[in-house]
Design a protein. Structure first.
Ligand SMILES: Cc1cc2nc3c(=O)[nH]c(=O)nc-3n(C[C@H](O)[C@H](O)[C@H](O)COP(=O)(O)OP(=O)(O)OC[C@H]3O[C@@H](n4cnc5c(N)ncnc54)[C@H](O)[C@@H]3O)c2cc1C
Ligand SMILES: NC(=O)c1ccc[n+]([C@@H]2O[C@H](COP(=O)([O-])OP(=O)(O)OC[C@H]3O[C@@H](n4cnc5c(N)ncnc54)[C@H](O)[C@@H]3O)[C@@H](O)[C@H]2O)c1
Ligand SMILES: Cc1cc2nc3c(=O)[nH]c(=O)nc-3n(C[C@H](O)[C@H](O)[C@H](O)COP(=O)(O)O)c2cc1C
Ligand SMILES: [Zn+2]
Lengths: 1003, 416, 93, 192
């Protein structure tokens, strides 16, 4: 196809590299250097989308990030992306895009019926209806939901990868137009670390569309020279295609670099996008300005564009979006567009809201033969899917109405300018305060909050000379404040200076009709908010800007109101008869433009979502078919099924083997803390509920740790290694928390205590050998022959060599069996485990996992903190009164026991439960009632914390926390079931089901 | 109050919507009221409404320092459910849920309460146990709740990855089908309109700057719009509760932490229910407008700035893209924060204060939106009678002295 | 995300630290002498000010030291950082 | 049987093969001797004692490393150091420190096996690490001879810059080491 609107020469496209692409199924061609928007315009395609609510036909409004209309579904299949802004999509060969939010086609869209019904569905209509009958709301809602939304999300996982980058710099420059480039040059020359980022594919900003001269060079050449100089500076990083997205506290900024979005797909191993997190000492914001549309009737027709954008398309992309152009403006800037378009061969007329504007640029326009209708307004736009013409009338004396005859003008393009809004988004995110500038009729930065400077158009400097100067001074100053004195501030380039005539703010262009009649004055193009909607919201009392925003949804689209917010505020101010600054702005929030979820996630997905911690014996477990359980970040063997064994069968086998012969468990994950110093015992007295001073060296003791509120928060066995040295063990999940807890008390409350804590969790691999033959197995692996109960009694520790490794062996038992916990330096863990396994063969040694461990400990009534406790349980509730040393003095949490609630009689207490049916295993978490009722509600008196089938008991067992539980031993209670079946009858028992006297462990 | 309906909408369409009334008046404060409610969030507005409607109070003022709903009411992820563990909580939140079920009709304002179901995922055995405990308790309290297998999760929310090979595999979930979402702003506006219609003075841009207390009794408030007298004052200011308590000279077990949320750009429906995962701190739903509304975890530091630290957003994004791989190419359109008033047991504080006549309703933390109607209703009763409503009683401030906490935090709960 | 100047390691990103709540809450010397209310005041009550907050942070992914920070909870500006045991400085928000 | 023979030693990364050269190389420095040392940096007796035992006093300047021959003492905190010796040297170091510091309030703990060490080097080593490390690794801020405890890809690491190429030694808890290794290898792919 021909590119009907392509100019014969000029532009920054590469005519040697034609590119073909498809939009809505049709093939077109463009050139490298085009955006999807410029290429569509080159092909005279203006209708590109349908609006959110009314399904109005829409075209391309802008040439940049602020685009509210031209959102497309880009790419197909797993790589498809909704809501992509056509002016920011770089063209590549094979690009496929589709219009959105229309059915069956863009040209013929059933949803456009909404436009017909628009009077029934003004802002906020849904709050007023769909309430009857109440039961139908969910049906109405489905219809609303299906109508809403724009593009379609992908339905397949993303094939691309994303990456992160953390960076620190002295000066971050956001935006690389004239102001930004000067700032980067000035800062860079000082030797400071500079990052300069611009969202566009090419650096240069407005200069890429400009036609003047800088230092006697065409702007683009000046840009190239500046970039060459920056590239030669080793401490300067130049990042095109990089949007500064968020400006957070303490000069922390995020940036999205589109590394490969301009390619059909990323090269192998190249991330599609890279998300930068930058800590900058100083920031220079040079983000330019965004043009405002004028608010006239049907200003949303395809072919109505922003004047600056039209100029960009003409100069930068060599595209003339229309041949017969009406420029509609309230300020001088659009005259440049008019002049450049006329120069490119278009027929141009200017409709200026101002009366008799004067100045060089106006003279130049006249000189170019352009007709200027001053003091005029556009009162109608003709054509639905493309502008075919307009009507204009004279403004009346007040400027708020029109008068005189209507003149129609045929045209295929309207280029409008309502003035410029400095791009203060990042400034505002940094908590800078805005000021309303009456001359610009726009908000500009006032007081900085962060270490930041705004320069150029984003600060309100609309003249090139000023922008260059701003940039140079701010760049040098920023470097200086970051500790780098510039050797010399770069000379400020020379440009022709000009003055601009004043602009005339007209927030709603009069049409001769009342608002809301005859046509629509669009404010927020994307969310279909009109001036009449704002009036309605105000009328109904939504007078705060924030209410106005939320009631009408102004500024809540993907463009976040870049082209609409200020106009909306101004209209609200008029309605309130208040000055615009008194009305205030809504809050600017990150990101500046939408940021891909995947990029924020980076490579933190799949196995990198969260580290998996592995023990020294992990490979062995894998090789022996273990199933794993996630415990915190750890992967722990859960059970080791043999063949097709179910979990139930495997656990039965593992339990029985351990009870009758010998089993082995990888217990390496338990936390271990080395505690040293003369005050260690005194310290433990405060940390634990029981007393430690008299514990003999070499002996072990179980301890409970409480929070100040008296509730149990960790437990474990601690061993006195030497007079002033202890080895504390903690739960797997609690290891880091407990170390932090100890350090907190030592560093903040008792700095005078001489105690040092060091985590040694990972120094040791721990193999728990449990069962009647445990001693035999250990004996086979050590020369130490004093393993008998006299020489090596229960609850003591001994150092010895086990299977050739130096070991600390603890005679402690979490199973109730004769047990040795063999700790060896981690490097030997695998070998010693293997040796234990070999040595145990003749006893049928059985590796067991956490599930079996749980059964074994539950049979003995040993608790697991976090399972049998939940942060609301005291030691007394657990029946562990014996561990609370009431006489030793204070300890953490003790005082809380004296509070009325902790001494209440009807607290929940740990008990055992036996089901009437020995095969019924209760559900952990199931609730317990004293009396059943045919249906809820039922009064609950406790719940099941642990429940298993106990192979040694030959029946199910359970632990539970039950109100007044110990008084109820022998009572019958009920456990209702979720499936509605008969509640399960249970008897309350002591929470110990096996070897109540505890002889086996001591043997 | 002119009634909202499809007919009034049609009628007004004929007059180009030029005849709609203000949803609420904007009166100047009177010198004295019977009751002053401080805080124009959903809870405060609802309190004012129920005072007028249920308890016949005609002379009530609601004072809001900024704009109605500008606090957490206007910035939450709108999840509504009543599946709480402890009896006291379940009773309170279920009271709220029942009121939600008729709220649009009651207020004549469509608050878009959408009972699309709320799912809580379990990723490991610990989660699973806790989930069972909850579901059993909830059911025995007479509240709906079900357990889903991973396959059923996939059916309810097909975009979720239920592969067992995932780093945090989905073992299953609980679902409360009566739970869902509501349009947060509409809740504030609907209550405001209905309260105004019953004579409540709703006064915006009126910040309470001091409390007038004599002999341990409240006598009125000082505001940026002058002093106002009242013998009963209810403080419902969420994140600012400590500030008001400080004016009254007492301290509370509350910390104000940032909690963040974000939305994606709007897309056609892909998710029909609310999904939450406490293990990875993500919760997500899709609004009626099409954005995915995503909540993140909260920061641990105190802040009144309505913004949190970015690493929290980064953290949840990894989890979200792992749980829901197809959202990877969607985009974060906007992010924001709120100031949540967190108590040590993650349960609210409702009732008396050390000052006679001064009542407080706060501590809803990361999860009070769902309670709005219930909280407002019991607080109105408390203010009206001067004694705590039956459902509010367990939530008294003095539970921290006695130790009788209602520990929704202890049992590894998600509070949103 | 804050930049926190660890008194030992220098400026580091907030991700390396943990906020541990209000500072200068001394553990009562004789808990038994306190009423339930006074004990609750120590265990649970916090000033939670809108303005300058004295709080404890720990450099838990760095030197593992606890230290104090004075921060304005409205602006989130850090006004002072001082080591454990040092006196609460006079700061203005 | 295994009783008397020395037990075999396994390092957690023994079977991991990483990128082996340009522009990034990964190798494990398995089993380096490591002693966690705590004591009072303000106490001359302590500094002298360590100097006697290790050949060099512990650095008191934050985030620096003191070396003597094959021994390096890495600053971990104001009262905490990691003494690193060649593989197998930890036993001797532990006992000479114990002797030299006898009677003082110190803590000397052998943590040789708790962490392993990943050496990452090559022209893109810095970029590989910087993707997910909150530390400023620019040579002006962090150069050879410096160390810091920080986070790397959600993992606690002690990072020691050992060369200008650059090269870093990353001390990581063994349980995390495979994760970190895989993460680094994946991170480096982009530069291959
Ligand atoms: C990001 C986020 C997500 C959340 N997600 C959920 C969720 O999914 N589900 C859920 O149930 N809950 C959620 N919550 C919690 C929920 O938003 C709150 O618990 C609830 O909205 C609190 O309502 P409120 O009316 O008490 O407070 P607010 O809405 O905060 O209202 C308090 C009002 O008091 C005003 N005020 C303060 N000081 C003064 C003064 N001195 N004078 C006058 N007025 C004053 C404030 O301006 C404010 O408007 C979330 C919160 C956040 C921040
Ligand atoms: N009234 C007028 O005539 C008028 C109005 C506006 C601009 N101008 C002219 O425009 C020029 C302004 O120069 P300037 O340097 O201030 O602005 P610029 O528009 O030339 O450059 C700003 C650059 O910042 C980029 N940018 C914006 N936000 C960004 C973000 N968040 N992240 C990354 N990049 C971002 C833009 O894409 C652009 O490239 C001057 O020449 C001025 O005369 C004139
Ligand atoms: C449920 C919910 C949905 C939202 N949807 C949008 C949205 O579609 N577009 C948008 O710009 N903001 C949306 N927001 C965010 C608001 O714009 C705003 O950020 C939030 O209410 C906090 O207010 P603030 O940013 O003014 O402080 C939404 C907020 C909530 C609570
Ligand atoms: Zn530090």
């Amino acid at each position: 196809m021909t590119q009907k609107n392509r100019l014969a020469e000029g532009g920054r496209i590469d005519r040697a590299k034609p590119v073909s692409f498809r939009f809505d199924g049709a093939s077109y061609s463009g050139f490298e250097g085009d955006t999807l928007a410029s290429a569509l315009l080159a092909n005279n395609v203006h209708l590109v989308s349908r609006s959110f609510k009314y399904h109005r036909p829409r075209g391309i409004l802008t040439a940049g990030a602020e685009e509210p209309n031209a959102l497309v579904q880009l790419r197909q299949g797993a790589r498809t992306e909704p809501n992509m802004r056509a002016p920011q999509i770089e063209l590549f060969g094979g690009l496929v895009a589709e219009s959105q939010n229309r059915w069956p086609s863009l040209e013929f869209d059933i949803g456009a019926i909404n436009n017909r019904l628009s009077r029934l569905i003004p802002s906020g209509f849904y709050y007023k209806t769909f309430m009857w009958p109440a039961s139908l709301w969910m049906t109405y809602e489905r219809v609303i939901r299906n109508a809403a939304g724009l593009g379609r999300g992908p339905t397949e996982p993303d094939p691309d990868r994303y990456d992160h980058r953390n960076a620190w710099c002295d000066v971050l420059v956001a935006g690389a137009g004239p102001a930004g480039l000067m700032a980067a040059l000035a800062a860079g020359r000082s030797g400071a670390r500079v990052i300069v980022a611009d969202e566009q594919s090419e650096m240069g900003g407005s200069l890429l569309s400009d036609t003047g001269e800088i230092d006697g060079k065409p702007p683009a050449e000046w840009v190239a020279d500046a970039l060459a100089e920056l590239a030669a500076m080793p401490e300067v990083t130049v990042l095109p295609r990089t949007t500064v997205a968020g400006y957070y506290d303490h000069n922390f900024l995020t940036m999205l670099e589109r590394v490969a979005d301009h390619l059909p797909q990323p090269p192998q191993n190249t991330p599609r996008e890279r998300f930068w997190q930058v800590r900058a000492k100083q920031v220079v914001l040079a983000t330019g300005a965004i043009e405002r549309p004028l608010t006239f009737i049907d200003n949303d027709r395809p072919g109505v564009m922003l004047a600056g954008a039209v100029r960009s398309y003409a100069n930068r992309y060599a595209v003339l979006p229309g041949r017969k152009v009406v420029v509609f403006t309230n300020n001088d800037s659009a005259y440049h567009t008019a002049i450049d378009l006329a120069g490119a061969g278009a027929h141009v007329a200017i409709v200026d809201l101002r009366k008799a504007p004067r100045g060089a640029v106006i003279d130049a326009a006249r000189a170019a033969g352009i007709e200027i209708l001053d003091n005029h307004a556009i009162t109608a736009v003709h054509g639905a899917k493309r502008v075919t013409g307009i009507s204009v009338r004279n403004l009346d004396e007040s400027g708020r109405g029109v008068t005189g005859p209507t003149r129609s003008m045929a045209c295929d393009l309207v280029a409008m300018s309502g003035g410029w809004n400095p791009t203060v988004h990042l400034f505002s995110q940094s908590r800078g305060k805005l000021r309303f500038d009456d001359a610009l009729a726009a908000f500009v930065p006032d007081k900085s909050f962060a270490a930041e400077r705004s320069v150029g158009a984003c600060k309100g400097s609309m003249q090139l000379a000023e922008c260059l100067k701003d940039g140079a001074l701010a760049g040098a100053a920023a470097a200086r404040d970051a500790g780098f004195e510039a050797k010399k501030v770069p000379a400020i380039p020379k440009v022709a200076s000009g003055t601009e005539g004043a602009m005339l703010p007209v927030w709603v262009v009069p049409s001769g009709q009342k608002l809301g009649r005859g046509g629509k004055h669009f404010i927020d193009f994307q969310n279909d908010v009109t001036a009449a909607d704002l009036h309605l919201a105000h009328r109904e009392g939504y007078v705060s800007v924030e209410h106005l925003k939320r009631y009408t949804t102004t500024g809540m689209g993907t463009d976040q109101g870049k082209t609409s917010n200020v106009t909306a505020l101004a209209i609200l101010a008029e309605l309130q008869q208040a000055p615009i600054p008194a009305v205030g702005t809504t809050t600017f929030r990150p990101p500046y433009t939408p940021v891909t979820f995947g990029a924020i996630a980076g490579r933190n997905i799949g196995p990198f979502m969260d580290p998996a911690r592995l023990t020294a014996m992990h490979d062995w477990h894998v090789a022996h078919g273990a199933k794993f359980e996630d415990v915190g970040q750890w992967k722990r063997p859960w059970y080791y099924p043999k063949g097709n064994e179910s979990m139930h069968d495997a656990v039965n086998r593992e339990v029985l083997a351990t009870r009758s012969s010998v089993g082995m468990l990888d217990a390496s994950t338990l936390g271990k803390i080395d505690i040293q110093g003369p005050d260690s015992a005194r310290f433990l007295d405060m940390i634990y509920t029981n007393a430690w001073s008299k514990l003999p060296v070499g002996a072990c003791r179980y301890g409970l740790m409480l929070r100040e509120d008296g509730m149990v928060f960790d437990d474990g066995v601690t061993t006195r290694i030497a007079e002033n040295r202890f080895l504390m063990t903690t739960t797997t999940g609690g290891a880091a928390r407990v170390l932090g807890w100890l350090e907190e008390w030592l560093q903040t409350e008792w700095p005078e205590m001489k105690v040092y804590c060091t985590s040694v969790t990972e120094q040791w691999a721990t193999i728990a050998i449990n069962g009647p033959y445990a001693r035999h197995v250990l004996g086979a692996l050590t020369d130490d022959d004093k393993l008998g109960p006299k020489d090596f009694p229960f609850m003591t520790m001994r150092e010895m060599t086990v299977a050739g490794a130096p070991a600390r062996v603890y005679r402690i038992s979490f199973t109730g069996e004769l047990a040795f916990e063999v700790n060896v330096p981690r490097r030997h863990g695998h070998a010693v485990w293997e040796a234990v396994w070999q040595a145990g063969q003749k006893f049928g040694i059985t590796p067991y996992g956490t599930e079996t461990m749980h059964v074994l400990r539950a049979e003995k009534g040993f608790i697991i903190v976090g399972q049998d406790t939940d942060g609301t349980v005291t030691p007394m509730d657990l029946g562990l009164d014996w561990i609370v040393a009431r006489k030793k003095g204070d300890f953490i949490g003790r005082r809380s026991f004296a509070r009325p609630d902790t001494s209440r009689e009807d607290r929940k207490q740990l008990v055992g439960l036996l089901t009437e049916d020995p095969h019924a295993v209760l559900t952990e978490g199931a609730q317990i009632v004293q009396e059943t009722r045919p249906r809820p509600p039922m009064k609950m008196i406790g719940y099941v914390t642990s429940a298993y089938h106990s192979p040694v008991a030959g029946r199910s067992i359970a632990l539970a926390l039950v109100a007044r539980g110990r008084d109820r031993i022998g009572d019958t209670l009920w456990v209702p079931r979720l499936d509605g079946g008969q509640p399960i009858k249970v008897t309350v028992t002591e929470p110990v089901f096996y070897d109540k006297e505890g002889v086996r462990a001591r043997g | 109050m002119s009634k909202y309906s499809i007919f009034s909408l049609a009628r007004n369409a004929l007059s180009y919507h030029e005849d709609w009334q203000r949803a609420w008046r904007s009166p100047d404060p009177k010198p004295e009221y019977d009751i002053i409610v401080i805080g124009g969030g959903g809870h405060g507005l609802g309190t004012a409404y129920y005072l007028a409607k249920e308890f016949g109070y005609k002379n009530v003022a609601l004072l809001e320092k900024g704009w109605l709903g500008g606090g957490n009411t206007g910035r939450n992820t709108t999840i509504v459910r009543s599946n709480y563990l402890w009896d006291e909580s379940a009773a309170l939140y279920e009271h709220a849920l029942k009121l939600w079920e008729g709220l649009s009709q009651e207020l004549n304002f469509n608050v878009m309460f959408s009972q699309r179901g709320v799912m809580n995922l379990a990723h490991n055995l610990h989660d699973w146990r806790e989930l069972n405990r909850r579901v059993h308790a909830i059911r025995l309290n007479g509240i709906d709740s079900e357990i889903l297998t991973a396959a059923q999760v996939k059916k309810e929310a097909p975009i979720f990855n239920v592969s067992p090979d995932s780093r945090y595999p989905i073992m299953g979930a609980s679902i409360q089908r009566r739970g869902g979402t509501a349009r947060h702003d509409a809740v504030a506006w609907g209550y405001a309109r209905a309260a105004d219609a019953r004579g409540v003075d709703i006064i915006q841009n009126c910040e309470v700057t001091g409390l007038t207390i004599r002999n341990g009794k409240i006598e009125g408030v000082e505001t940026t719009r002058g002093a106002i007298r009242a013998k009963r004052v209810g403080v419902v200011v969420a994140g600012h509760s400590s500030v008001l308590a400080d004016m009254a000279g007492f301290r509370m077990p509350v910390e104000s932490n940032p909690l963040q949320a974000l939305v994606s750009d709007p897309i056609k429906p892909v998710l029909d229910c609310v999904v939450m995962s406490s293990a990875v701190h993500v919760y997500v739903s899709q609004s009626d407008k099409g954005e995915l509304v995503i909540g993140a975890g909260s920061d641990l530091h105190v802040s009144y700035s309505q913004r949190g630290s970015f690493d929290i957003v980064e953290g949840i994004m990894g989890a979200l893209c792992e749980l829901v791989p197809m959202v990877s190419r969607l985009k974060m359109m906007r992010q924001w924060g709120g100031i949540v008033d967190v108590t040590p047991d993650r349960s609210p504080i409702i009732g008396k204060t050390p000052i006679d006549g001064l009542f407080v309703n706060c501590g809803w933390g990361t999860g009070g939106f769902k309670a709005t109607p219930g909280s407002a209703h019991v607080f109105a009763a408390t203010l009206a009678k001067g004694e705590p409503h039956r459902l509010a009683e367990p939530f008294a401030l003095d539970r921290f002295h006695s130790g009788r906490l209602i520990d929704e935090a202890g049992a590894a709960a998600v509070a949103h | 995300m804050f930049l926190i100047d660890c008194p030992w390691c220098g400026p580091r990103q907030q991700t390396e630290f943990h906020c541990q709540g209000e500072a200068h809450i001394a553990r009562p010397k004789d808990p038994d002498a306190l009423s339930d209310e006074e004990w609750a005041n120590y265990v649970f009550n916090r000033t939670n000010p809108k303005g300058v907050h004295f709080e404890r942070w720990v450099h838990n992914h760095g030197c593992r030291r606890w230290f104090n920070v004075a921060r304005d909870t409205v602006t989130d500006r850090i006004l002072a950082i001082y080591r454990m045991g040092e006196k609460r400085p006079k700061v203005k928000s | 049987m295994a009783k008397s023979t020395q037990a075999a030693a396994h390092s957690p990364l023994a079977n991991r093969i990483g990128p082996d050269g340009n522009p990034v190389a990964l190798t494990e420095r398995a089993h380096l001797g490591k002693i966690n040392l705590r004591g009072d940096a303000g106490d001359k007796a302590f500094l002298d004692g360590v100097a006697r035992a290790a050949g060099v006093a512990p650095p008191v300047k934050a985030n620096t490393v003191a070396t003597a021959g094959t021994t390096a003492i890495l600053w971990l905190g104001p009262d905490e150091w990691l003494v690193v010796t060649p593989a197998g040297g930890q036993g001797a170091m532990e006992s000479s420190l114990t002797t030299a510091l006898a009677g003082q309030h110190v803590s000397i703990v052998d943590v040789t096996d708790a962490r392993t060490t990943i050496r990452i080097s090559g022209p893109r080593a810095r970029d590989t690490v910087a993707k997910a490390c909150p530390l400023d690794l620019h040579p002006r801020e962090f150069a050879a001879g410096q160390c810091a405890q920080t986070l790397l890809a959600k993992t606690d690491v002690l990072i020691h810059q050992v060369g200008d190429t650059p090269a870093y030694d990353l001390y990581v808890l063994c349980s995390f080491s495979r994760y970190l290794w895989d993460w680094l290898a994946d991170s480096a792919k982009e530069f291959a």
